[in-house]
Write a protein that binds this ligand. Structure first.
Ligand SMILES: [Zn+2]
Length: 293
């Protein structure tokens, strides 16, 4: 905070002698103040409160001291050694991921698994790591809503709302126009930048009402049918869930990573709105471990 304090001191002195610039200087002063990691985390949690996370999850702070100043944030879906090295190179001391690096717990921190190596690398370089996972899925305007927004859908509501109205799972809404199924599948490929989609057909010849869940959403297929969706779109669907839906609903799976790619846009929007001066960059690393040929 040395620089921050110095600016504060200089500007407060200056404003005594040039009061006509008082307002401008207060703004400048605000812009120059370095954020603490804690404040960045609080802004994320204001949007996606941690209590909204699923019981099996481990969203929240993974590594770091939140009282430290934040030099900038690097956004990603998954934390890998390549992402941590990118943060180090770019001088950003906070990584914000969608998927928690620490999920099942560690019994030792050696260098056998990529998780252990990431922990060691991050601590060695004083990089903090935070994950906004199912709390970001389940919050209002979260991950699935962001997917629906990319498809210009309207009349959005939670597919499975929580009883207290604080959030829910998935989203259901209406496309901007009715599509034939194959037109829509082509459209989905272009919007989400994928080369192929897994799908199973159904009897509907026109699709307008669509249910969506980012990531692994097959637990919501039944609910999408109950809500009258023509198609259910998610990241991945277990093989056996594709069976027996030919009279109910079209099913489409984009790939887990591909379905959540716009989550980074969402996180960037939240942070740049709250902290316009904070460097917030999207990772240039493709962390999807799955390849297609
Ligand atoms: Zn996911």
């Amino acid at each position: 905070m040395i620089f921050g304090s110095l600016f504060l001191h200089v500007l407060s002195k200056k404003s005594k002698f040039a009061p006509q610039y008082g307002n401008l200087e207060v703004k400048t002063l605000f812009a120059l103040r370095l954020m603490k990691i804690k404040e960045v985390v609080e802004a994320l949690e204001k949007f996606a409160p941690l209590p909204l996370q699923e019981s099996y999850d481990n969203a929240g702070l993974q590594i770091g001291i939140t009282g430290s100043e934040c030099s900038g944030a690097l956004l990603c879906l998954d934390v890998t050694e390549a992402v941590i090295n990118e943060a180090i190179q770019k001088g950003l001391n906070l990584i914000i991921a969608h998927h928690p690096l620490l999920f099942r717990g560690l019994k030792r921190i050696a260098d056998e698994t990529y998780v252990e190596r990431c922990v060691r690398l991050a601590i060695r370089h004083d990089i903090s790591i935070y994950a906004a996972h199912t709390n970001l899925d389940n919050t209002v305007d979260g991950v699935s809503h962001e997917m629906a927004r990319k498809l210009n859908m309207t009349d959005l509501s939670f597919l499975a709302p929580l009883s207290d109205g604080s959030g829910g799972s998935g989203v259901i809404g209406r496309l901007a126009k009715p599509y034939t199924p194959h037109e829509l599948l082509q459209h989905l490929k272009s919007v989400f930048g994928v080369d192929c989609i897994q799908y199973s057909p159904s009897v509907q010849t026109t699709i307008e009402r669509v249910a969506i869940c980012g990531g692994s959403g097959d637990f919501l297929i039944e609910r999408a049918v109950e809500c009258g969706a023509d198609l259910f779109l998610t990241g991945e669907i277990g093989y056996h869930h594709f069976f027996g839906r030919e009279n109910d609903i079209w099913l489409a799976a984009l790939g887990h990573y591909q379905s959540e790619r716009y989550t980074i846009d969402l996180m960037q929007r939240i942070l740049t709105r709250e902290f316009p001066q904070l460097p917030v960059l999207m990772t240039s690393v493709n962390t999807n471990p799955i390849r297609y040929i």
